[in-house]
Design a protein around this ligand. Structure first.
Ligand code: ATP
Ligand code: MG
Length: 417
């Protein structure tokens, strides 16, 4: 199978000193990968002409496509545009459409437009302009010695808009691109090594052009089947066959065969049932509520949360009997069950989740070491409670707890059916 190679060059001193984390090249790499373009190299360079030119020269040796981000702004440190103009032997010329767009943006915002802003409308005469709806600096498409160079603004939101609206649709038309299909599913409650052992025979049965990838995060493991071939229709049949087998293999741990994250799977079940959820969160500090409410439309299924961090709040707002906390401790089965019952009563929700644990780094004891967490989930009729041990840093323990809690509720709801 032929391959189209790409390189990504991100430009900016702030990337080199670590002030800005280069998320642009990760995003672009993922998008290129989806359409079957193989990323050979990713490189970050400062705002220096020599370094940019060297990077362009080098990338063009082994890439059909070179994508560049950053340094297109109107400030003196942004030198990408004049460097590219020089590199492609052109001169700067005003693009009237871009100029109109810039006038409109600045007139609306400030009632005037400056020379500096209007300079953004100047582009090398020999490039194709990629119109940037989300900002002022347009994207630019050049071709030289059969290599495509695409320069995009550094601002992630603007870069993404251009990648999705202009770059990917155009690159998809390149001749010689293989058909690529990705099928994803999400598992929870089991580690990747256990899954890998379990899937050994399945993996061995895959033809060479279909690959299985394990993408673990916070106690969940995403499995992705990727197929590459010439004929998309045949490929879809083939990957569909293996994907069905894969789903059967991981049935016990399967959360969804869609692209949805765990919290959205829960939301979807609640939407379908026209029911609601509330959370009583000690150690997760509202993080579960945050995950659920990050999705638009969550008001239909989420009634609210009590961040019951102190024992006082547990007893006053959630009506946990103080004797339960005295006898069993705040991190105990009895306490999380009482917290869940309390939030169900206070909110009148159909379902509840309650968490209490020791997230670290301090606060652990011999009996309850750091990472000990109790989680309860259920409804007025029935509650389940489980103890977990997480062994990571504070932030990761909180995320692991949230995912485990959502999965506990999910299993509870599925078992009701
Ligand atoms: P602008 O017109 O806004 O100046 P620009 O093309 O000049 O756009 P930069 O000045 O390089 O872009 O960066 C603009 C913003 O985008 C900065 O906040 C920068 O930190 C961020 N940014 C730049 N490159 C990246 C990257 N590779 N990953 C994530 N963020 C980035
Ligand atoms: Mg800038």
């Amino acid at each position: 199978m032929k391959e189209i190679n790409a390189s990504i060059i991100t430009i900016g001193d702030e990337l080199l000193i670590g002030q800005t984390i280069d998320t642009n090249s990760a995003f672009i790499a993922q998008e290129l990968n989806k359409i079957g373009i193989w990323v050979r190299k990713r490189i970050a360079v400062g705002d220096r002409k020599d370094d940019i030119v060297t990077a362009l020269d080098e990338a063009s040796l082994y890439s059909k496509v070179v994508i560049i981000t950053g340094g297109l702004g109107p400030t003196a440190d942004d030198i990408t545009k004049p460097v590219l103009c020089d590199y492609f032997g052109s001169t700067l010329k005003v693009n009237e459409d871009v100029a109109d767009h810039i006038r409109e943006i600045f007139q609306k915002k400030y009632g005037q437009v400056s020379e500096r802003n209007l300079k953004q409308a100047e582009v090398p005469a020999n490039c194709k302009v990629l119109f940037n709806k989300r900002g002022t600096a347009p994207g630019m498409w050049f071709e030289k010695n059969e290599v495509i160079f695409i320069s995009l603004p550094g601002v992630p939101h603007e870069m993404k808009g251009l990648i999705e609206a202009s770059v990917i649709p155009a690159l998809k038309e390149l001749p010689g691109l293989p058909a690529v299909l990705h099928y994803n599913l999400l598992t929870a409650g089991v580690g990747e090594s256990v899954i890998a052992d379990h899937l050994q025979t399945f993996e061995d049965s895959l033809p060479p052009h279909i690959k299985l990838a394990y993408l673990p995060s916070y106690g969940n493991v995403k499995l992705r089947l990727t197929a590459r071939g010439e004929n998309e229709e045949e490929l879809a049949k083939e990957i569909g066959f293996y994907f069905d087998q894969l789903k059967i293999q991981v049935k016990t741990w399967l959360v969804t065969d869609s692209e949805l994250p765990m919290q959205d799977v829960i939301s979807q079940i609640l939407v379908d049932r026209k029911q609601t959820l509330a959370t009583a969160e000690s150690c997760t500090g509202g993080f579960i509520a945050h995950l659920i409410t990050s999705k638009a439309g969550s008001s239909a299924i989420f009634s609210g949360s009590v961040v019951a961090y102190s024992n006082d709040i547990k007893t006053s707002l959630l009506e946990v009997d103080s004797k339960i906390i005295e006898d069993h401790g705040a991190v105990s089965e009895q306490t999380v069950r009482a917290m869940a019952s309390g939030i169900l009563k206070q909110t009148g929700s159909d379902y509840a989740i309650a968490t209490s644990g020791i997230m670290g780094p301090g606060g652990g004891t011999m009996e309850k070491p750091v990472g000990t967490v109790w989680i309860a989930a259920g409804n007025k009729q029935n509650l389940v409670a489980t103890k977990f041990h997480f062994r990571f840093d504070r932030k990761r323990n909180i995320e692991m707890t949230a995912q485990a809690a959502l999965n506990l509720l999910r299993i509870f709801m599925v078992n009701e059916e």
